[in-house]
Ligand binder design. Sequence first.
Ligand code: ADP
Length: 378
Amino acid sequence: MKREIRTVLVVNSGSSSLKYQLFDMKTETRLAKGLVERIGAGGPANHAEALKEVVKALAAKPDAIGHRILHGGEVFRDSALMTKANFAKAKKLVKFGPLHMPANLGGVEACEKIFPGVPNVGVFDTAFHIATMPDCAGMYAIDPKFYRKYGIRKYGFHGTSHKFVTQAAAKFLKKPLAKVNLVTCHLGNGSSLAAIKQGGVVDTTMGLTPLAGLVMGTRCGDIDAAAVLSIMESEKKTPAEMDTLLNKQSGLQALSGVKGGDCRDICAKAAKGDKGAELALEMLAYRVALYIGAYNTVIGGADAIVMTGGIGENSSEVRARIINRLGALGIKLDRKVNDKTRGVTAVISAKGSKIPVVVLPTNEELMIARDTVRVLRG
Ligand code: ADP
């Protein structure tokens, strides 16, 4: 007999911090939430020590634990129970996320130690994409030997968020999940779009790593690979230095001069007439609109465009800049509704809009908790 899973602890174990949320799965309400910081740097010595602080904060042992894991490669096409065998498979994927994967998997090991007997489920940020993405979208046009030798292909990220809003949008639109076509836009510090056909991903903007696609807080997104080589050659940069430049010193931050590329600050700067900040916002909006047009085509017409993430949920300005570029699709903005929509579910397109645009707050932690229960129930 399967035991009942009433409470699920969701763990997001990073290299220097550990975030957690505890859910009551009967009501899907959050019972506790917390953050342990400075792991290995003056705070707890390691993830197991960090978890001891979590134990103190919780009233009882959870029934199950769900872990956010960055990369599932092609092995994990769905969330999975972290058995010994699955853990070993996940360990082989560390090369795809040398910064995040050791911390993610360290969180699993620590939970096994601190909560003996409680099952651990891995929820991979790539799985929702890799499950259904066809090769024509997922492969790169280079010699296939690099795919075979090193697994070089598109994987996509933010899968948990895209999955959550896909399910929420289907419900909102009163359509069966297997019939819903969407363009889901997760716009935050890191941003990605997904093309959803019949409830599954057929394309997404991030690639082998989260560097590809949209203009992000500090990441450049799409760029001619030859431009990267050219800079490396001119400035005598190593691959590691170039990685830092493209991931941490580019994007909205580089264009606007706003450290960290925080969208609120960039909007404020642009409102004062700053040209760099204005260009940053226009490039962000342009590229999102460009991909919405493309993805609307590949899914054969969207039932809705979904906006989520810190920017998608909150920034009426960025949303307006995007939607005002979608006239060719017959999409029209309801400016009044858009202006007042912040962090809540709402249709922000006008009545006559050919495709509705829906703001839907994401909840990756709840998605992880739901998947944990689903996997354990089999
Ligand atoms: P992460 O990708 O780190 O999870 P979030 O999804 O929280 O990030 O998104 C962070 C981004 O959302 C920041 O650029 C922030 O400026 C932006 N944001 C949050 N609230 C607002 C707002 N009210 N107006 C504009 N941008 C906002």
